[in-house]
Design a protein around this ligand. Structure first.
Ligand SMILES: Nc1nc2c(ncn2[C@@H]2O[C@H](COP(=O)(O)OP(=O)(O)OP(=O)(O)O)[C@@H](O)[C@H]2O)c(=O)[nH]1
Ligand SMILES: [Mg+2]
Length: 436
């Protein structure tokens, strides 16, 4: 179907740094620690919005950045949080991580939100690091760097209704009459090779209609252009079943034609047989068509299907048919919306391997340790401050880094690299796997 694509770069806001400061009191040279925390950086969020219909905006601008958090200050003043950046995309947008190809989200409902890049946490001020043995922590945490990634957006426009019928019954002619779509029309079968979509204006109630290639007997088993197109119909709420009322190039019984299509739909998927249908008797302008129309009308009434006699050629009957289809589509949409869960929560995309610790041997006495969570611990540490480094060492041990290194064969004195930092391996004896 109609596909619109864009690739964009999203960067959340960095967290602000925590502050290391001490209360000033008249008689005490150094009061208690009172450094405020850094503010959280803003997230980049995608939100589905039904008033939008294309991804065109993202073709002109490709880099999007949320606001950073500000740094904490003395006297327990915390930094301000950065604002989230909310990017609105059309309903039907599928989001993927460009690097891994991983599906991040399928934004199929108005208001649905997904965080595609998380803002960095603010660093904690020094007052958080007080322990019985460390009364005056001289360090604070740095802010957490924000996430940044390239994501791919793909818009899949879904049709509300699909024009279905045998070849040459006039499906493409009808979509051309109903909308601005201009598909190829010809009086030989299988003129339409790919589905066409058209937006039909029906007062306030515009809807999207699909014109798919003609189906023939055996389509559900792969005859003709078969299967691929039945798949497109699966997701449309309403079937506009088009039948040819004209005598055509051979004697044809429109009611038998309807039965052929019904059988193919049912053979493809049980629920297609129960899908709401409106029957459109087309070519009512042709010789002998009125009589055929009356018979189809009687049959349709008997089977509880609305029926309209139309002519794509002269325009007869089109207006009232479009109005009725618009109303039906609207009712079906409301039904579907009522059945939908509401989207209040926000899904946050987290690559799966954040907590995994991987040790790679890089030389005879050199190891590289990777893992999102522990790399962040390192990045948030002020390496110029001895106390901060000692604290980091304990956290890493508790997170299981020491155990993992030892398992990989590391011995005291080996060089260990985590993120941008290298240091010497030294056992703390803190061990264990509780949180860090
Ligand atoms: N007289 C008359 N001819 C029509 C009408 N609608 C379509 N036709 C003719 O029927 C033939 C087939 O029309 P298409 O619109 O290509 O039919 P289709 O169902 O899209 O055909 P496929 O794509 O091959 O499945 C063309 O020659 C049209 O001009 C109509 O209302 N009246
Ligand atoms: Mg066609």
């Amino acid at each position: 179907m109609f596909v619109d694509e864009a690739t964009i770069n999203v960067r959340a806001g960095n967290g602000g740094a925590g502050c290391a400061s001490f209360r000033r009191e008249a008689h005490v040279p150094k009061g208690g620690p009172d450094g405020g925390d850094g503010g959280r950086g803003g997230d980049v969020v995608l939100e589905a919005d039904q008033s939008l219909s294309t991804l065109l905006d993202f073709h002109y601008r490709r880099h999007f950045k949320a606001e950073r958090g500000t740094h904490g200050k003395g006297s327990q003043r915390d930094g301000a949080e950065g604002d989230d950046l909310v990017l609105r995309v059309p309903v039907g947008t599928v989001v993927r991580d460009r690097e891994t190809g991983e599906l991040i989200s399928d934004l199929s409902h108005h208001g649905q939100r997904v965080v595609v890049a998380r803002g960095g946490r603010g660093g904690r001020g020094n007052r958080h690091f007080v322990t019985p043995t460390r009364r005056a922590p001289s360090f604070a945490e740095l802010g957490e760097p924000a996430e940044e990634r390239w994501i791919e957006l793909e818009l899949k426009l879904l049709a509300d209704a699909a024009l279905v019928g045998l070849p040459s019954v006039g499906k493409s002619s009808l979509i051309a009459r109903m909308s601005a779509a201009r598909p190829k029309v010809a009086d030989y079968p299988f003129t339409t090779l790919v589905p066409n979509l058209g937006v039909v204006g029906a007062g306030e109630r515009s809807f999207v209609v699909a014109d798919v290639p003609g189906l023939i007997e055996g389509a559900s088993e792969g005859a003709g252009l078969g299967h691929a197109f039945l798949r497109h119909i699966e997701r449309t709420a309403l079937i506009l079943h088009v039948v040819d009322l004209s005598g055509g190039w051979e004697q044809r019984d429109p009611i038998a034609d309807i039965a052929v299509i019904d059988a193919e739909l049912a053979a493809h998927a049980e629920e297609l047989a129960d899908r709401p249908q409106i029957v459109l008797g087309n070519k009512v302008d042709a010789d002998g068509a009125r009589e055929a129309s009356e018979r189809v009308a009687a049959w349709a009434e008997e089977h509880g299907r609305p029926y309209f006699a139309v002519s794509a050629a002269t325009g007869e009957g089109i207006e009232s048919m479009v109005r009725a289809v618009g109303e039906r589509v609207h009712a079906l949409r409301e039904e579907a919306a009522a059945a939908e869960p509401t989207y209040e929560g926000v899904y946050v995309y987290e690559p799966a391997d954040e907590r995994t610790i991987t040790v790679t041997r890089a030389g005879s006495r050199e190891y590289v340790v990777t893992g999102g969570t522990i790399e962040r611990m390192v990045i948030m540490t002020d390496m110029n401050n001895e106390d901060a480094v000692a604290y980091l060492q304990q956290r890493l041990a508790r997170a299981g880094v020491e155990d993992a290194l030892r398992e990989a064969g590391a011995r005291d004195g080996d060089t260990i690299t985590i993120g941008p930092v290298s240091f010497e391996f030294e056992t703390t004896g803190t061990g264990g796997t509780s949180d860090g």
